[in-house]
Design a protein around this ligand. Structure first.
Ligand code: GLC
Length: 472
């Protein structure tokens, strides 16, 4: 099958979060199954600066809503997959991918991009069986492929899939700010003159795939949907959750280039050296006996800081260390710095996003904290399992679908349910206690976790099943 894959980030080319991991791994897994995948990306400044590509076809012009958009198309061979770039400097030649403080609205940028990406496919002669879009940035392509006179003939036999990675972001703006679409175009999801790009895509995608089964259920409810449950319920027959995979080539403690020593489920001896290295690198007290809690994430409410902040000092009263790496909301990072100052060598917060630190935390910590408010899939809990670092998670979304609670027969981690600081504090205390008093159980949980496999091949096969269903 020919698959046109539209996403706003692809790891190794451009990355701000977990979306990029999927942007790389899923197309590769699909092409390994024998399908022909083409990706289209905006030619962001960072990509343009590092890649310096030349034009591949003639300049393209889109005439829409009384305006002409002329853009170039660049091409890159990425692991055998053609990646085309929409080169439109007015919109993409800036440092921030999704910054709101530019003169052009994000909604306009990505509405234009979604239309331009379809034009690119036509220009390079790639008529896809499947148009696979991801999140609000590219969801409008599902609408254009069916509705825009500029492209719908070319895509008349194309079926579309929209993967939801995070429904909290929907791409909304006043129609006056979105110039690349005629405000009177029929069938868009518009509320109070504001276009909702995600909801519009959801109305037209032939298939809707949230990134875990539990998240698929959550977004059908008012409480867990960030307000998209009306559309999800309307399209419920088209909704099917597909869990992301874990890239076990990048996340393998027996080969990982970022960690101090290698280990595997059959020979765990290197893990102690990784813990020592983590304590040393982060400036924690060197002590193998003290449990280390690791955390690598965006410092936002989504990741559970609303539950963590009120009890952080209480956790630190125990004989425990915390290594936290991340960037995000300023009020949270400021508070974290001030708590870290009061507990030097016990709690270290590194405000940065460094790949090697992420690997060091995964390898060296005893527990990995993911107390998320909501988590469509989550990837770090899968990395933690692979590194013998027991996840402590809230039982929602993809966390629920990947971790089994210690009290179950096949337990791989610790789960708490209630969205409260107290519930988080008790599950952490429980985890510390099990480590202290039941070493046999503790090590059985580690071993079981390391044997779990969530492969991209499995995920890609599920998508292919859906593509085939849509074709017949
Ligand atoms: C978003 C979600 C995260 C998911 C990732 C990749 O970042 O918040 O849960 O793992 O997308 O799908």
């Amino acid at each position: 099958m020919k698959i046109l894959f539209l996403i706003s980030e692809v790891e190794d080319i451009i990355k701000t979060g977990g979306l990029a991991d999927v942007g790389k791994a899923l197309p590769i897994a699909l092409s390994e199954l024998g399908h022909e995948v083409n990706i289209v990306l905006p030619y962001y400044k960072a990509a343009a600066d590092s890649l310096q590509l030349s034009n591949t076809v003639s300049q393209q012009i889109i005439y829409t809503n009384g305006r002409n958009y002329a853009f170039d198309v660049k091409e890159l061979n990425f692991n055998g997959i053609p990646v085309y770039f929409v080169d439109y400097p007015d919109y993409f030649n800036n440092d921030q991918l999704y910054s709101d403080d530019t003169s052009v609205s994000n909604a306009e940028k990505f509405t234009f991009f979604s239309l331009a990406a379809l034009k690119v496919a036509e220009a390079v002669g790639f008529k896809p069986d499947i148009l696979h879009t991801n999140d609000w940035h590219t969801s409008m392509a599902c609408y254009f492929a069916k509705h825009s006179p500029l492209v719908y003939e070319y895509f008349a036999h194309t079926k579309s899939v929209l993967t939801i990675h995070n429904a909290a972001f929907q791409g909304t703006d006043h129609l006056n700010c979105i110039h690349s679409i005629d405000p009177s175009s029929p069938g868009m999801y518009v509320e109070n003159d504001h276009l909702n790009m995600l909801k519009t895509g959801l109305l037209y995608a032939d298939h809707i795939c949230p990134v875990s089964t539990t998240y698929a259920q959550e977004i059908a409810t008012p409480l867990g949907s960030h307000g998209i449950d009306d559309v999800i319920r309307h399209r419920i027959n088209a909704v099917e959750g597909i869990l992301n995979g874990c890239d076990y080539e990048q996340w393998d403690p027996s080969t990982d280039e970022f960690i101090a020593a290698h280990f595997s489920v059959d020979n765990m001896s290197g893990k102690a050296a990784c813990k020592k290295d983590l304590q040393k690198t982060f400036g924690l007290i060197l002590n193998a006996k003290v449990p280390v809690l690791g955390m690598v994430c965006r410092t936002t409410l989504q990741k559970g800081f609303g539950y963590l902040m009120p009890i952080l000092e209480d956790i630190l009263k125990h004989n425990v260390q915390i290594a936290l790496v991340g960037t995000g909301q300023k009020d949270i990072t400021e508070k974290l710095h001030s708590i870290a100052k009061n507990h030097p060598k016990q709690f270290v917060f590194i405000e940065d996003f460094k790949t090697d630190y992420a690997h060091k935390v995964e390898a060296g910590a005893d527990f990995f904290l993911m107390p998320s408010e909501f988590e469509p899939c989550g990837l770090n809990q899968m990395y933690s399992l692979a590194y013998g670092t027991i996840p402590i998670v809230r039982g929602i979304g993809g966390l629920k679908d990947t971790i089994v609670d210690i009290d179950e027969a096949e337990g791989t981690g610790f789960i708490f349910q209630q969205p409260t600081p107290v519930a988080l504090l008790s599950v952490i205390r429980k985890a510390l206690l099990v480590r202290l008093e039941d070493s046999k159980k503790f090590h059985a949980v580690i071993k079981r976790g390391m044997q779990q496999k969530f492969t991209w091949k499995q995920a890609a096969e599920k998508y292919v099943k859906i593509y085939n269903k849509e074709k017949s």
